[in-house]
Design a protein around this ligand. Sequence first.
Ligand code: KIV
Ligand code: ZN
Length: 565
Amino acid sequence: MLKDPSTKYRAFAPVRLSDRTWPDAVITQAPIWCSVDLRDGNQALIEPMNLERKIRLFQQLVAIGFKEIEVGFPSASQTEYDFIRHLIDNNLIPDDVTVQVLSQSREHLIKRTFEALKGVRSAIVHIYNATAPVMRRVVFNMNEDEVLQLAVTHAQMVKDIAAEAPETRWTFEYSPEMFSGSELPFAKRIVDAVTAVWEPTPEHKCIINLPATVEHSTPNIFADMVEWMHRNLARRDSILISIHPHNDRGTGTAAGEFALMAGADRIEGCLFGNGERTGNVDVVNMALNMYTQGVHPGLDFSDIDEVRRTFEYCNQLPVHPRHPYVGDLVFTSFSGSHQDAIKKAFNARGPNDIWDVPYLPIDPLDLGRSYEAVIRVNSQSGKGGITYLLEHEFGLVLPRRLQIEFSRVVQGVTDATGKELSARDIYSIFREHYLEAQKPYGYVAHHLVEDSTKDEVEMSTEISVDGRAQRLSGRGNGPIDAFTHALSDVIGMPVKVHDYHEHSIGSGADAQAVTYIELSVGEGRTLFGAGSDANIVTASMKAILSGVNRALAEQSGTSDQRRVA
Ligand code: KIV
Ligand code: ZN
């Protein structure tokens, strides 16, 4: 890289538009969308689409709801020509969809373009020629007047040939190619000259497409350029201003949005930003940005994964996992604090509340995605995600202090392996460390005698101690009290219960009680045990044994927690 890039590059000149209005504008309605996937997108592919892929993508675009679709550049190749003929000859274009085709402003190409369209019900014929000074000077060696004459001649040609086929509803479109790099007064002059030929009316408008063929400037400057054209073009009421941003600076979406605010009526772009070099503007991104502002874009992405699959198949290009709204990871939070906030916001949400969930600008359900991916657990995650997954996937509602305790166990595993854990992995860890912690002391059976006159119960229990059966009995003010008394005698240390939580999972005959008991053994620290069973008393006894086993393992230095650490 150069020490001083100004010796090689110059800053893009801003537009003198001190009374610009677009910064205060708000997008309140959807523009006319035109997909250029089958033309601009296709011409940017390593392997352009064959007929079968083109048809598949066309049908997907129709299903999404595009009413204008640029289907190709029929004079450029036989495949393009054949595809358009295939659509027309097989009646594959729905009545409410207009196909668009592109041609350079050259006589033989325009004639071939009209041949490709013979018999079509409705079509947009889109012609272009470059207007930027660098192209006039270096490529065509033409002055402004000569370039203008070229545009006018071919605009007239399009009009004359179209008049020979009045059975088709024709719309004309003109692009001053490289508008983004052209002088505004010249862009206006040439567009005015073209529209003077076409004589559009408010009832039958023509389309003036303003391409950011290459994105040269910050998006505010592009918006100024569009607002300048919007204000200065002749016959404005008979023109649809279309924009066609490319994404060379990575701000195609911003440029597209600002240009709509600046007066554009229509937008040309591609799904997921495919297209020449860094792509055309991403119409999915633009449409869903609108949706998150409460404006329906008129395009349907309620099964966004299906759209992505078609896109990937037809273009043979992957969609990046971080791609807005569609990437595999875009609805996922690994960070513990994010997970915690999301979990709380979900719990606080009422059924008709406005969407206001931190870290999730859109409800994944609206796009056919599930909440499954929202919270994923790796070494960056805290208790929020772990608890959320256990609760949502397995119905286990851990008390708060157990959440903290268990998250340390999980953290030990993620730190040791460096891997992400699925909900099932987390559940397995919980089973292993809590529900199945039944050694050396394991539950076998119990018999409970309640004496209501004495407010006391008598409990006889059978447990296994290192695999050997042992009977014990005890009394207390309830089953837990009676069992811990008996157990304290067996292990030779007092077992003290500090807290108790219980809930059920499932209903009817399949219902299971899950019990979490916080206890301490002897002088050891307080920790949790957990047990589950169809019988609530049995679940509690298993939880006590789980806690006691965990406490003894910790005291003898053999706990899994320490091994992992
Ligand atoms: O990017 C561009 O300028 C184009 C034109 C042909 C419209 O694709
Ligand atoms: Zn383009």
